[in-house]
Design a protein around this ligand. Structure first.
Ligand code: HEM
Length: 216
């Protein structure tokens, strides 16, 4: 139940964050203004950040405890394994989750703390006086390696959510012969929609559809 509740909190964040990021397609004023609004929240922003951090830490701690307990319950490996129902995604939740964590740590260093690319410090404020998040994202994703790393990270997030986004119903006690398989399909569609939404940003930048608002 703890894993399910913290997972839902993180899913709500991932959906909200995507909607915020998609404003890059509406132009610099939108996304730069949005980022400024978030920063203007001041102490409330820090409260939200701490809340999310707590959700991530608890989610990881409890899932790793569960994985250890599972292993302890059967120290001897099976001689022969044949999976009837468990999907690839559901069998690799720990590894996909840990790689997503590595992606988030890099992502925070990249776009929030901005220590991985010295050019970001050279960006001037936009005409409305806001930090130019728009150009930062464009310059960031114009690097093929960075974009490729994001797409791999997003793929693993998709794998993780394609199982996690529907399995929380079962963890919270909801199990129905008819509805549970439909929720599993819905969970997979939801995860792939997120993948398309997020990857549209680096892909549009690499294809030259979105150009920086200022030259460096
Ligand atoms: C193409 C994909 C993504 C883009 C373009 C993107 C963009 C950004 C940007 C620009 C910021 C900094 C905002 C600012 O400081 O003004 C940010 C922060 C952040 N992103 Fe992403 N992001 C992406 C994917 C993700 C994913 C998949 C996750 C989580 C699974 C994530 C989690 C975060 C977190 C936790 C922050 C820090 C928020 C804060 O400052 O409190 N991002 N992202």
């Amino acid at each position: 139940m703890i894993v399910a509740v913290t997972g839902v909190i993180l899913i709500v964040f991932v959906v909200g964050h995507l909607l915020g990021n998609l404003q890059i397609f509406l132009g610099p004023d939108w996304i730069n203004g949005y980022a400024q609004h978030l920063r203007d929240l001041g102490p409330l922003l820090w409260l939200i950040r701490l809340f999310l951090l707590a959700a991530v830490v608890i989610h990881i701690y409890v899932t790793i405890q569960l994985a250890i307990e599972n292993r302890r319950a059967r120290p001897e490996p099976y001689v022969d394994r044949e999976y009837v129902k468990a999907t690839f995604a559901s069998r690799h939740m720990v590894i996909s989750g840990l790689i997503v964590l590595a992606f988030i740590i890099y992502h925070l260093a990249h776009f929030t703390v901005r220590v991985t690319d010295p050019r970001f410090a050279l960006l001037k404020a936009d005409p409305l006086g806001h930090y130019d998040v728009y150009s930062m994202m464009v310059y960031g994703f114009q690097n093929y390696y960075v974009s490729a790393f994001y797409i791999v990270g997003l793929f693993l997030l998709t794998l993780h959510l394609s199982h996690g986004s529907s399995s929380f119903f079962q963890s919270l006690g909801f199990n129905d012969k008819k509805l549970t398989p439909r929720l599993a399909v819905g969970g997979r569609i939801f995860a792939w929609l997120l993948f398309i939404g997020y990857t549209a940003i680096p892909v549009a930048i690499l294809l030259g559809f979105i150009r920086p608002a200022q030259q460096l």
